[in-house]
Structure formats: structure tokens, C-alpha cells
Design a protein around this ligand. Structure first.
Ligand code: SIN
Length: 512
């Protein structure tokens, strides 16, 4: 039961639910952890020979040193992707599906190994990492099939001497800047859609988690994905901005997809405007999580545990502002506190039974610490936790604060940490006004057993995604994306292919 509440739907099928020891393949996970980037089908060092350290957030142990590439290396990757596009775009969707399917099968085969890499570099509990692998691979599986359904249209011509046809073409080289919180799935969600459409990719993974990207490159090579179609450029934070600028401005890059902070997303959007590039942005959220009087409280508590504590709260769609109607407020808060105390096991994600890992790095820990402190200074009340965990390192206590107002920092900003921020409300109108009073609009959640209310609130919440009596909305088949400052474009589902294709209108004239 513990894990059923903690884990997402995609992880529920995992054997770890029964708390079995993970089954590693005969290959050790570390054999996928090359200290190399991957360009044009080769594992390569940076031209400068420079490297940067990657550490395990659970204990700060050194995992290895990967190439600290700069713009000159990134240019080599762009050139390789550009050249590969000239042939990859002419392959059939079926040919692309066959190699993508093989990539999916290899990701499944080595799921536990790649999950261990996710845990080592991101600190995520192993059961969640296995869940992320299932999630990540499901994008490859889905897009291997969806690629075959990228069809054009023949429309009714206004003239008898003309025929009008729209065909769909791949946009070209797609650049991807991916985050550390889902180091596998945020790559496959973008790259599989792009590659299925006939595009080639240059992926720049986050500096905290390059090994998952490199492991995916290894399996792409084993799957027979041709050289230059999937490239991974690793770099430290110091070179990331310049590489980002190159990806946004290179004439050889047709589009950029980014998952990360709103501040960086705005900068990339500006930079892409110069060359009128296609852009997909999946940015920060500030998700409202509303519990109405009519809610089934056990569903709502389970929903909150999933939506708040997945990846220790470091998820763009994490529940950020918890709004609870007055009649059930005390009962709900008591249940949440009890459930957190019972279910959360803090520790190194590689250890059996751990459900709650460290934060990713020192700057994230500082951010969460300061947000809680300034929220308490501004009048919020502490109910649980509220400080660094006694384990030390990058661990922060599961925390609850209440009496949050609109100006409370934990309410006004995306926390990206394990903090439940509560506010009591009286009416549906009040809840909607609070929920919508933000520039973010990624996900929203609410719990209600009143059908008319469900329909009303689902329409009125100003977010791109709504979980209705559900705290876990992520799935490859879902249409993921935000409105307002939370981004543009959609990932996942068949709509995810739209980002990597354009319509070409063919007008056949002079027909007899
Ligand atoms: C994210 O946090 O950016 C992605 C979360 C998800 O896909 O569920």
C-alpha cells in the first residue's frame, strides 16, 4: 500500500511494488555510464579535453567526469545532425519505427540498469526511477507507432483545374535542452517524437544528470539508429548558456524544445525569435490542488501524496498551492500529516524501502530552505518539518505549512521541494480566484464528487492540464503542456508530433 500511494500509475506495474530487490541484467549499470558525449555515432571527449564532475546527490560521491563541451563541440554535433537529416528524412516511417522499436526494447531490457543510473545521478528512489524508465520508454514505443500516422490531407479545391494537397514534412534538426528531474523521460518524450517524424536531434542534458542521456545514446547505437540522428552534448553549467545560444541561433537548427525554468525558457524564446525557429517550452508551474467539501478524502490524500512527493517535490507539475474547503480542512490536514509520517522513508534512493531522496543540489536546497523561512516570516504557520533533515547533505524534511496567503513566498513561487502549503477557502468562486491568480498555468488538480462542480471547475481552471480526482496525470498518451507563462506546445500523445512537422501545401494547377 505504501508504494501504491507513493508511485505514479506508470510505476504501479513495477515488481518493486512488492518490494522485491531490483533485478539487474547481467550487464552492470556502470557499463552504460561512459565518460564521453555522443556525436555522429561516436563516444567522444570535448575537443578541449576538459571534463566536469558528476556527483551522487545522496552522498556527494563522485560518479565520474564527463566531457565539458563548448560551442565548438556543439557545432560539430549540429553539423552531424544536419548531415544525417539529409538521409533520415527520406527513410519511411516504417523504417524509422523499426529502429525506434528496437531502441524501446533495449530500454526495457536494461530498465533496471538505467534506473540505477537515474537514482545515482538524480537521487530519486529506485522504485521511482524504474517508474521513470517505464514512462520514458513508453514515449519511444508510442512514437514508433505514431510516426506511421503522420498523414497529409487532400482538400476540396475551389477550382476544377486545381488539386490541393497538404503533406507533412519533418522540420529538420531539433535541438533539445533537458532537465535533471526526469533525466531519461524528458529526452525520450522529445527525441522519439522528433525522430519518428524524420528529424535528427542534438540533446543537451542538464549538467547534474548527463549519464542517463549517455546511456540512452549507447542503446540508440545498439538499436541501429544511424550516426548523427541522435547526438548528446554534455557540458558544465559554465558552458551551458553559450551552447544554448548556439542551439537557438544556428541556421542549421530548425527548432528547439526545452523543459526547465520559466526564466531560462523566456531567454531561449527570445533567442529563437531571431531565426524564427520552431519552439516548444515546458516551463515552471505553480499547480493549485483544490479539495472541495464533497471530495473523497482518501482519494484526495493519495492524490496529494503522488502529486506533491513524486521526486521529492521536484516536478514541474507538483502540487504547489493546496486549497482546502473549510468544512473538511481539519480532517484533511490531519490525514495528510499522518500519511506523511507513516509513508515517507527518507534516504539514499538506492537503498531498499526509501521513498524520498535528497534534493538535487545545494542551490535547490537553499531555495527550498529560504522559501520556507521567508514564508514563516511572512505569517505562515509550521505544522511539520521546516528544516534540513538530520541526515545532513542535501536532504530536507517533508514539511507542512498552513495559513498561506497569496503573498506567501511558498504560494507565490514554484517550490520544487517537499513542502505542503495549505490555505483554507469557503466557496468555489474563491478557490478558483486563488487558483487562477498566477502567471503559471501548467497543471491543476481538484477533488470533488459533485458532477456539476467537476465540469465547472475543470473548464475554469486556467491550466493546460487538469487532474480530476487524480494526482498522477503523466502518461505518454497524455497531451502534456501549459498555458500562460508555463509554456507553449504539447508533448506526448499524437500532438507531440506536431512540434516536429510542418504542413507543405501543394497546389496542382492547369489540370484538364
Ligand atoms: C516535469 O516535471 O517537467 C515533467 C513531469 C512529468 O512528465 O510528469
Amino acid at each position: 500500500m505504501k508504494y501504491i500511494i507513493r508511485l505514479s500509475s506508470y510505476a504501479r506495474k513495477s515488481s518493486l511494488l512488492k518490494m522485491e530487490a531490483p533485478k539487474m541484467s547481467k550487464v552492470c549499470y556502470s557499463s552504460f555510464m561512459h565518460n564521453k558525449a555522443y556525436i555522429n555515432g561516436q563516444f567522444v571527449t570535448a575537443a578541449s579535453g576538459k571534463t566536469f564532475e558528476v556527483r551522487n546527490p545522496a552522498n556527494r560521491d563522485l560518479l565520474g567526469c564527463t566531457p565539458d563541451m563548448d560551442v565548438s563541440d556543439a557545432q560539430v554535433a549540429i553539423d552531424a545532425a544536419y548531415d544525417a537529416f539529409q538521409t533520415w528524412q527520406n527513410t519511411t516511417a516504417k523504417e524509422r519505427a523499426l529502429v525506434l522499436r528496437k531502441w524501446f526494447e533495449l530500454c526495457e531490457k536494461y530498465k533496471e540498469d538505467l534506473a540505477m543510473i537515474i537514482t545515482k545521478e538524480s537521487g530519486k528512489p529506485l522504485a521511482e526511477s524504474i517508474g521513470e524508465m517505464t514512462y520514458g520508454s513508453s514515449f519511444i514505443e508510442l512514437y514508433a507507432e505514431e510516426g506511421k500516422r503522420v498523414n497529409g490531407e487532400v482538400v476540396q479545391s475551389p477550382s476544377p483545374s486545381k488539386e490541393m494537397i497538404f503533406i507533412r514534412k519533418p522540420i529538420g534538426v531539433a535541438a533539445m535542452i533537458t532537465p535533471w528531474n526526469f533525466p531519461n523521460a524528458m529526452i525520450t518524450r522529445k527525441a522519439a517524437a522528433a525522430m519518428a517524424a524524420g528529424c535528427t536531434c542534438v540533446v543537451k542534458p542538464a549538467e547534474d544528470t548527463p549519464y542517463s542521456a549517455i546511456a540512452l545514446a549507447d542503446l540508440s547505437q545498439q538499436a541501429g539508429i544511424p550516426s548523427g540522428v541522435f547526438n548528446v552534448v554534455t557540458s558544465s553549467k559554465a558552458n551551458a548558456a553559450d551552447i544554448g545560444t548556439l542551439l537557438c541561433t544556428s541556421p542549421k537548427v530548425a527548432g528547439l524544445s526545452f523543459t526547465g525554468s520559466t526564466a531560462v525558457g523566456k531567454l531561449l524564446y527570445k533567442q529563437c525569435s531571431e531565426g524564427i525557429k520552431r519552439i516548444g517550452l515546458e516551463l515552471g508551474g505553480n499547480a493549485p490542488f483544490i479539495v472541495f467539501d464533497s471530495a473523497d478524502l482518501s482519494k484526495a490524500v493519495n492524490g496529494l501524496m503522488a502529486a506533491k512527493f513524486r521526486n521529492t517535490g521536484q516536478t514541474c507539475i507538483s502540487a504547489n498551492r493546496i486549497l482546502v474547503q473549510s468544512k473538511i480542512y481539519d480532517k484533511f490536514v490531519e490525514l495528510v500529516k499522518e500519511t506523511m509520517q507513516k509513508q515517507i522513508v527518507v534516504g539514499d534512493g538506492a537503498e531498499k524501502g526509501v521513498t524520498f531522496g535528497p534534493l538535487i543540489n545545494e542551490s535547490q536546497l537553499h531555495k527550498v530552505e529560504n522559501l520556507v523561512k521567508s514564508s514563516l516570516d511572512s505569517g505562515a504557520k509550521l505544522l511539520l518539518g521546516g528544516k534540513r533533515h538530520e541526515k545532513g547533505g542535501l536532504y530536507y524534511e517533508p514539511t507542512i505549512i498552513e495559513d498561506c496567503a497569496e503573498h506567501t513566498p511558498c504560494f507565490a513561487e514554484e517550490i520544487f521541494g517537499p513542502v505542503v502549503c495549505l490555505r483554507k477557502f469557503e466557496s468555489e468562486e474563491e478557490a478558483l480566484a486563488i487558483a487562477n491568480s498566477t502567471n503559471s498555468g501548467l497543471a491543476g488538480y481538484f477533488f470533488s464528487e459533485n458532477l456539476s462542480q467537476v465540469w465547472r471547475v475543470a473548464h475554469k481552471l486556467e491550466t493546460g492540464m487538469v487532474g480530476i480526482n487524480d494526482g498522477m496525470i503523466s502518461a505518454a498518451e497524455g497531451c502534456f503542456g501549459g498555458i500562460k507563462e508555463s509554456g507553449i506546445g504539447r508533448e506526448g500523445s499524437h500532438h507531440g508530433m506536431d512540434e516536429y512537422t510542418y504542413f507543405k501545401y501543394l497546389c496542382f494547377g492547369g489540370l484538364n
